[in-house]
Write a protein that binds this ligand. Structure first.
Ligand SMILES: C[S@@+](CC[C@H](N)C(=O)[O-])C[C@H]1O[C@@H](n2cnc3c(N)ncnc32)[C@H](O)[C@@H]1O
Length: 339
């Protein structure tokens, strides 16, 4: 957690009287301290109750002097606290950094640390030339632990959002077929199939194993070059467009529209650059990462609407999700007389 600055300190940083990059340096140090703490099992050891340094050292198998230093930084950055000589997790740590936390943000932090440390190498050259490094999914596939963290993150987010997404997207009556482009885990397709008995889902994704389970079938293919099935009642593009450069994203929307029967629905779910100050700052970093590692970006809502309309669809209003205001969806209909 960022250090808790007094208004006087914030003003000094803002006026340039204190070096603002020092705050980012502290954040960088904190990231590494969290990684070390998690490798040691420190937060999980404290989850059972407050411990002295010696007790904690024995519990995690560490030398007390180094541990004391690590605890010093974790305390300064808001991850542990000390009362009467005993260390305890702060509420933020209990909520996000223990293996029993509802969301294990430490795993997400580890994934992002690796992305930034390895994939952002060459950022200046890419910005200078205007040519992103790309290769994100190849890089990811070669790192099984990070790949699991990435796909588990997608799955976890989908499990959190699927119920709301299904409730916001009424399917045409009698819908039988749903195509989930870049659908990975298939959680959204599964949620739609549960809500609409008689519906079957096909998930097309470059990083899946081909298989079938109940009403779902997974196909491995590149979205840009694959022959996709046609006459679909519903086709969804969830968190996919941001991974493509604008011309390819627009072409993918047109290709997705081409999979629909007349009157079918095309649904897009995306992160939009909006939300709290923290959401906006993260979104800016996420978008830079998308550009550099995939040639993509977080696109404005109106840009995506333009692609839907250029593909001959009639788009409804964007709906911001209550569960995650940084995500929004738009539903577009392929007119009965189109194509
Ligand atoms: C950010 S994930 C989103 C997964 C899922 N739709 C969701 O919302 O949870 C993007 C997915 O698109 C897939 N993908 C990206 N580029 C692709 C391509 N060119 N062809 C096929 N799949 C691709 C990735 O493998 C990944 O599973």
């Amino acid at each position: 957690m960022p250090v808790d600055l007094s208004p006087h300190e914030v003003a000094a940083f803002r006026r340039g009287e204190a070096p603002a990059p020092m705050l980012d340096l502290i954040g960088l140090m904190a990231c590494h301290a969290i990684r070390a703490a998690r490798t040691l099992g420190l937060f999980d050891a404290l989850a059972a109750g407050p411990l002295t340094t010696d007790e904690l050292a024995a519990a995690v198998g560490a030398a007390p002097d180094g541990l004391e230093q690590l605890l010093g930084l974790l305390r300064a950055t808001g991850y542990v606290e000390r009362h009467d000589g005993r260390h305890a997790n702060t509420p933020a740590t209990a909520a996000w950094l223990c293996s029993t936390s509802p969301v294990d943000y430490g795993r997400i932090l580890g994934l992002w640390q690796a992305i930034v440390e390895e994939q952002w190498d060459g950022l200046a050259a890419a910005v200078r030339s205007g040519t992103p490094a790309g290769g994100f999914y190849t890089w990811l596939a070669a790192r099984p632990d990070l790949s699991s963290a990435f796909h588990d993150l997608q799955r976890g987010l989908a499990e959190w959002l699927a119920e709301e997404v299904v409730s916001r997207v009424p399917l045409p009556e009698g819908s039988k077929s749903l195509l989930d482009l870049g659908g990975d885990h298939g959680v959204y397709a599964e949620a739609f199939c549960r809500a609409y008995p008689g519906l079957s889902g096909t998930i097309v994704d470059g990083a899946v194993t081909e298989r079938s389970a109940g009403p779902l079938t997974w196909r491995t293919a590149d979205l840009l070059t694959a022959d996709l099935p046609g006459e679909q009642d519903v086709t969804v593009l969830f968190n996919v467009l941001h991974g493509f450069g604008a011309p390819d994203a627009a072409a993918l929307v047109a290709k997705a529209a081409g999979t629909l029967r007349a009157g079918g629905l095309l649904v897009v779910l995306e992160s939009l650059p909006c939300g709290t100050t923290a959401d906006l700052a993260f979104g800016a970093g996420f978008s830079l990462n998308l550009w550099h590692t995939q040639g993509g970006a977080l696109y404005p809502a109106e840009t995506i609407r333009g692609w839907l309309e250029a593909a001959g669809c009639t788009a409804g209003p964007w709906q911001e999700l209550t569960r995650s205001p940084a995500h929004a969806l738009v539903t577009a209909t392929k007119p009965a007389d189109h194509g």
